[in-house]
Design a protein around this ligand. Structure first.
Ligand code: ZN
Length: 198
């Protein structure tokens, strides 16, 4: 599974060293050295943290709540961060994507959280709009599968057809096996993350 990334030692630097050098010359102090040291410490924290998909943080509202204790002079709002897939880790100013596990410490006046997310992890399946189980804040799920299911009823009388309906069974519903469900007479309706008896 592409999102199930194991611990990697990827280096993330959000700093623009060219402008830091200019700033150092202007202020007469070494902003480059200071930032390098800070980034090294952040890198150490990053390597200690849990990696990969975090099913617990699929809900945008839940991610937003984690920012209650977020104390930072950030130019990013909690709303922007939660919408971009991030939740607050509680370690320094670290925020992490629930899907790809990207951890960011810095915020940028020039860029939005979604832009930094894209530039470091363009392959994040949440960013690519795939069904990774994100529950958007304003996501309203209309439950009306009756019409479709009535037509499919005959088709799904066979176990093989029912099993095939689970082709798109989301990987985050890992506790239930499609084989057991189809044998018990269930089909998977892709509109909703639920199984229905036919
Ligand atoms: Zn991500």
């Amino acid at each position: 599974m592409a999102t199930q990334k194991t611990a990697t030692k990827e280096k993330i630097s959000q700093s623009d060293y060219t402008s830091l050098l200019e700033l150092s010359n202007y202020l007469g102090l070494d902003a480059v050295q200071f930032t390098k040291k800070m980034e090294e410490e952040e890198q150490e924290e990053r390597e200690k943290m849990q990696k990969g998909f975090n099913s617990e943080m699929r809900s945008e509202a839940k991610r937003l709540k984690t920012f209650v204790t977020y104390k930072s002079y950030s130019s990013w709002t909690p709303q922007e961060m939660a919408a971009a897939g991030f939740y607050f880790t509680g370690v320094r100013s670290g925020i992490q994507c629930f899907c790809c596990g990207l951890i960011l410490f810095g915020t940028s006046l020039q860029r939005l959280p979604i832009e930094d997310h894209k530039s470091f992890h363009p392959d994040c399946e949440f960013l690519l709009g795939k069904d990774v189980g994100n529950i958007a804040k304003y996501d309203i799920r209309v439950k009306n599968p009756e019409k479709k299911l009535r037509g499919d009823k005959a088709k799904y009388q066979e176990d093989k057809a029912r099993l095939e309906s689970f082709e798109d069974w989301p990987f985050y519903v890992h506790k239930v096996s499609p084989r057991e469900l189809s044998a018990a007479g269930f089909v998977f309706t892709v509109e909703f993350i639920e199984a229905r008896r036919v």
